[in-house]
Design a protein. Structure first.
Length: 202
């Protein structure tokens, strides 16, 4: 799908995040509204390269639930669908033009199922922003490793974000709790990153 030419498409942050999108073949528009704390921001989707927000998704792998929580926050902020990756249920990325991809970090790497997912898919032309939940130990190394894997398969890797779980580390109950500050980082990052993915700014 693509946006019609000659029209002004805007999203405006005034307590809520409103996006007006005219779908191909429509004479009207559809409005998406999501929670957004940021104000005094106005942009034009035409200025963002004419991208179509409906051709993206938030794909994530979760173990203890923290990555799922951040994925949901990003999905609500960007108004994208969520798709959970499981060991026995791979995600079909063929129809996606851009992806927010998230995973936890364990033992300095993304889980084996995530790395295998990266190696077994064709990522040609897909624009990907990667995020992780972690306790801060070599998180960027894990993100970079996955980024290199999918880049070798044709992906264009853009911005990345490390979300740290705060609290006492425990192998039995997880790696602490996410703070509101971390949710806020995820909202701000996804709001800033989505336009870059739409206009291929990387």
């Amino acid at each position: 799908m693509s946006l019609s030419s000659g029209r002004l498409y805007t999203f405006e942050n005034t307590g809520f995040h409103k996006i007006l999108v005219a779908f191909k073949g429509d004479n009207g528009s559809q409005t998406f509204i999501s929670r957004c704390p940021y104000q005094s921001t106005r942009s034009s989707l035409a200025d963002l390269g004419g991208g179509d927000i409906t051709e993206g998704a938030v794909v994530y792998y979760t173990v203890k639930g923290n990555t799922a929580k951040i994925a949901k926050t990003i999905a609500e902020t960007t108004q994208l669908p969520m798709d959970r990756l499981k060991k026995d249920a791979p995600v079909d990325i063929n129809e996606m033009e851009y992806v927010f991809f998230g995973s936890p970090v364990y033992n300095e790497h993304f889980p084996k199922a995530v790395l295998q997912f990266g190696r077994s898919n064709k990522w040609t032309g897909k624009k990907v922003a990667i995020f992780s939940t972690n306790i801060g130990w070599k998180a960027q190394q894990a993100i970079d490793e996955f980024g290199q894997i999918i880049s070798s398969r044709g992906a264009h890797v853009g911005d990345t974000r490390s979300i740290q779980n705060r609290g006492i580390m425990s192998w039995t109950v997880g790696f602490g709790k996410l703070t509101e500050a971390e949710y806020e980082k995820a909202r701000k990052w996804s709001l800033e990153t989505q336009p870059k993915l739409l206009r291929s700014e990387f």
